[in-house]
Write a protein that binds this ligand. Sequence first.
Ligand code: SF4
Ligand code: SF4
Length: 199
Amino acid sequence: MPAQYHHSLRFEPDRCDGCMSCMRACPTDAVRIRSHRAVKLADRCIDCGECIRVCPRVAIVPLTEQMADLSKFDLRVAIPSPAFYAQFDADIPPGVIAAALKQCGFDEVECLSMATDEVMAATEIYLEEHRGQYPLISSFCPTVVRLVQVKYPELVDQLLPILAPREVSAREAKKRKSIETGIPEERIGAVYITRGNRI
Ligand code: SF4
Ligand code: SF4
């Protein structure tokens, strides 16, 4: 696991009563009960959110970026997912949604479709060149990748070694905007925006 892996949830010991529901639900044995409180083993947690779903005391909270956090960047690029657009009524054009994102503080709104096409083309080439190595596992979902790494390391070589469209889109957007504006890539924030699941 990369040392800088950023987890997206936090256990709140003051709200926990040690009921063990999260421990039973965790697919990677990443929860322990110590002194009647749940604690997370960071190196085993895959950020699947199952513990949040089952906790009866709301003692595990998701960590999300706030809009104010974007102020640390000189340029902010939104990368909306198809699921984000899909939650709006069909008569609301994507341009209106993009304009709303700019009103929220983003400077640019990136379309994911070009990166998706590039990734699909690269995937087809890879599959053609690596016949016989099936089954290959898509690496688009970071939780699935982490699950394989933590729980099924023998399958790591089956992971498709191709970046997800959101990663490709973010890297290309940063590079392009840096060339256009002169702002260093590290001062440009690219944020993937998707729809939260109801849990
Ligand atoms: S997010 Fe998933 S892997 Fe991490 S502690 Fe919760 S249930 Fe376990
Ligand atoms: S499910 Fe919630 S209350 Fe129960 S042990 Fe886990 S964190 Fe604590």
